[in-house]
Design a binder for this molecule. Structure first.
Ligand code: SF4
Ligand code: SF4
Length: 375
């Protein structure tokens, strides 16, 4: 085992291979507060990549209702229970990662779902914690709660799928950090299915190989965001590139959200994989629940997010979510306008901080019609 540095847990940890970061790392930010669970992302992925034989059950992208939704069943609960106590001392994780908790002879602490665990992909949809009592009304704090968690492969810096593969069939691309399974090398041992704590590799019984989210790399290579991003109805998603914290640049949108504002957090950082999909946590969910899911910076992230209406840079960058199919490498705000630029520095998008409001006449004499909606 090599010693590697994982900045999300604030310390070194053992990993099967030495630290070797790609030239640049694909990353994403999802704003959970805006997801409406329409599953358009799920379908966009399904129709693009997983409509073949043996892929029927595969959801490289899925959206589950937390706390009672899972795909596959109890994917997170099973591992959290196996891992035991997960304590933090400030921003340093003092519990065990899944590499540190591996059983003798194993490379990671994992488990393999049964077929039945994939049988109900939208189990728990819209089930809320606590019943809604008769006469209930909104009074500033939700007693009953749930939220939607959209999930894809995290294209982790220290992938457990890659570490688990005895054939060396899984690789992380040096040019963009996307994690792929070489279909020619894979022999279907399913160690990656067992090892990935997020359960984002899937075994195909027809081909006898395992498959996973490929971050739509043919689109990435053309400077475009993946299908699940550009089809997102709620405009919750933003794809880009993340730097190590010490190299963070405020004009890089992902760096700004993750490192500068610290408003977007990794999913289960305590697993130790340094996942590269970051979540703006939901504001109306009990903090204890969010702490175990997104780590110790949840309170600060929510406070920053709630202050966004008074922070023109943060609210400005949030308006770029879902505004273009292209990957935005740089951004800047000039007064009431927010601009996004591609890798070559070419402006690809410009949005106003506030949408202009146009009021129309209730009765349009020229067309002889009355309008019910005038703005
Ligand atoms: S989320 Fe799972 S499948 Fe994706 S890179 Fe990480 S360990 Fe591998
Ligand atoms: S398309 Fe967007 S809003 Fe709809 S479920 Fe997916 S992530 Fe949520």
């Amino acid at each position: 085992m090599a010693r590697v540095y994982n900045w999300q847990i604030g310390r070194e940890m053992p990993y099967w291979y030495p630290e070797h970061r790609p030239k640049r790392q694909f990353a994403a930010v999802f704003d959970t507060n805006k997801c409406i669970a329409c599953q358009t992302c799920t379908l966009a992925c399904k129709t693009t990549w997983t409509s073949g034989k043996g892929q029927e059950y595969m959801l490289w992208n899925n959206v589950e209702t937390k706390p009672y939704g899972f795909y596959p069943l109890a994917w997170d609960l099973n591992l959290l229970e196996k891992l035991g106590a997960q304590n933090w001392e400030g921003e340093r994780y003092s519990g065990r990662t899944i590499f540190e908790a591996a059983q003798p002879g194993e490379r990671v602490l994992g488990w393999r779902p049964e077929d039945i665990d994939y049988a109900n992909p939208n189990v728990g949809e819209d089930d809320c914690v606590n019943g809604v009592e008769k006469g209930a009304h909104f009074s500033g704090v939700h007693k009953s709660w749930f939220f939607y968690l959209a999930r894809i492969c995290n294209h982790c810096t220290y992938p457990a799928c890659l570490a688990s593969c005895p054939r060396g069939s899984i690789y992380k691309r040096p040019e963009d950090g996307i994690v792929l399974i070489d279909q020619g090398r894979c022999r279907g041992y399913q160690e990656c299915v067992k090892g990935c704590p997020y359960k984002k590799t899937f075994y195909n019984t027809m081909t006898g190989t395992s498959e996973k989210c490929i971050a739509c790399f043919p689109k990435i290579e053309l400077g475009m965001q993946p299908q699940c991003f550009v089809n997102c109805i709620g405009k919750i998603r933003f794809a880009g590139w993340i730097s190590k914290p010490e190299n963070a640049r405020a004009d890089n949108p992902i760096d700004f959200l993750v490192h500068v504002k610290k408003v977007a957090l990794p999913l289960f950082p305590q697993f130790g994989l340094e996942p590269n999909v970051y979540y703006i946590p939901p504001v109306n969910v009990p903090r204890e629940f969010l702490l175990q899911m997104f780590g110790p910076n949840v309170d600060a992230a929510i406070e920053t997010y709630q202050n966004a209406p008074r922070d023109k840079d943060l609210s400005g960058l949030l308006t770029l979510f879902g505004s273009t199919e292209s990957m935005v490498s740089k951004w800047k705000r000039v007064e009431e306008q927010v601009m996004g630029y591609d890798e070559g520095g070419r402006e690809i998008i410009r949005v106003p901080l506030r949408e202009p409001t146009h009021i129309r006449q209730a009765f349009d004499a020229a067309r002889g019609v009355a309008r019910t909606n005038i703005s």
